[in-house]
Ligand binder design. Structure first.
Ligand code: F6R
Length: 363
């Protein structure tokens, strides 16, 4: 049931405010305390977190790495499951392994989990399907409560994975004494603001559709982001290529001049994801290098970012203001909407892209 939408993907993008609200009410009590399913997680005994996933779920891990490291001072290793399992990496003492999967059935992720059995202190998972193999075989399963995701391209599962990982990072920071009560309460409040902000961000859909008619003419698209926004650039590129079949690549903004800038000319749209945060000026200087070479820049930013840096850019999408830390959750929305509308403009099968399956249970 598409609930009046043309595609499951559109429905699932639109559902994000209510799905995020469900996840928040599961993990936060009224007094603002974080509640984890029993028996909870003791982060004071963890020296290292090893995160393993595939595709979009692995990009959620990459965002979470910034959160765990910056907020909780907890070192994080990440690998895609198909590399991790065959590399057979040694796990350091006091390592907790964390697997992220929408379906809970991805073959490589499940095999990586089984490899960690007996090697990691503890096996956690962040899953959407609670009755899945990955959930069953973990010591503790943390549900993302996104509801069934039918569209092959993951949308609401990604934002809900991010939310749950953000909650975990906050809890880790609190337990490890890295956040005082006021700072913790402030971050909890900013998490609570997300459903409303995501709802507001959905209103850029018409503008994204207008821009998408131009993106649909491109053969290649580059995405750039720095820090927490780099994984969002990766996610934007993956979404675009999987449903519109346009070749898209993402780079950390600072890597541009180490090679990819050679690709830039006026036929390659460059999508820059940059809220006005502590790294904004650095990203803008990379953006100016693109424009100086004739590149057409689509800047996705907030009001302050647009006021500071819209000059000379091809298009600007203005997002609501959001706490710096949680911006990746909000900026998932324009990444999804641009891919969706570009696919619509090209007439591709959005919910059932060629060659792809929703659940990859073969290796
Ligand atoms: C992309 C997408 C895939 C999945 C990946 C992992 O839109 O949906 O990249 O994220 O196949 O699937 P799960 O999360 O079910 O393990």
């Amino acid at each position: 049931d598409k609930a009046g939408h043309r595609h499951f993907m559109a429905k699932e993008i639109a559902e994000q405010p209510s799905r995020l609200t469900s996840a928040l009410s599961f993990y936060l009590s009224d007094d603002g305390a974080i509640r984890l399913p029993e028996p909870g997680i003791d982060f004071t005994g963890v020296d290292r977190l090893t995160m393993v996933a595939c595709g979009t779920a692995s990009y959620a891990c990459h965002v979470a790495k910034y959160w765990f490291e910056q907020l909780a001072g907890l070192p994080v290793d990440i690998d895609v499951a198909s590399e991790f399992r065959y590399r057979e990496p040694p796990l350091a003492a006091r390592t907790t392994a964390l697997f992220v999967s929408q379906s809970g059935e991805t073959a490589d992720t499940l095999a990586a989990l089984r490899y960690c059995r007996g090697k990691a202190d503890r096996i956690l998972c962040v899953v959407n399907v609670a009755e899945s193999s990955i959930a069953r075989e973990s010591d503790l399963a943390l549900p993302i409560l996104a509801g069934p995701e039918i569209g092959v391209a993951s949308t609401k599962a990604f934002s809900c994975q991010l939310l749950v990982l953000g909650v975990l990072a906050l809890e880790a920071a609190r337990q490890r004494g890295r956040l005082d009560g006021a700072a913790y309460a402030e971050q909890v409040e900013s998490l609570r603001a997300l459903p409303g902000l995501v709802n507001h961000a959905l209103s850029i859909s018409d503008e994204a559709a207008r821009i998408a008619t131009r993106l649909a003419e491109a053969r290649d698209v580059l995405f750039l982001g720095r820090g927490r926004m780099f994984p969002l650039a990766l996610e934007g590129a993956l979404k675009l290529k999987e449903i519109s079949y346009i070749h898209a690549e993402a780079y950390a903004s600072g890597e541009l001049k180490h090679g990819p800038i050679a690709l830039v000319d006026k036929s390659v749209p460059v999508i820059v994801m940059a809220p006005h945060d502590e790294l904004f000026d650095k990203t803008v200087s990379n953006m100016q290098e693109v424009m100086a070479r004739g590149g057409r820049v689509l800047l996705i930013t907030d009001r302050a970012g647009a006021a500071a840096a819209s000059h000379g850019v091809w298009e600007t999408l203005v997002m609501p203001d959001v706490a710096d830390l949680w911006a990746p959750i909000l900026y998932a929305v324009p990444a999804q909407l641009l891919a969706y509308h570009t696919a619509m403009a090209k007439g591709t099968d959005v919910d059932q892209p060629r060659n792809l399956a929703k659940s990859v249970t073969v290796e």
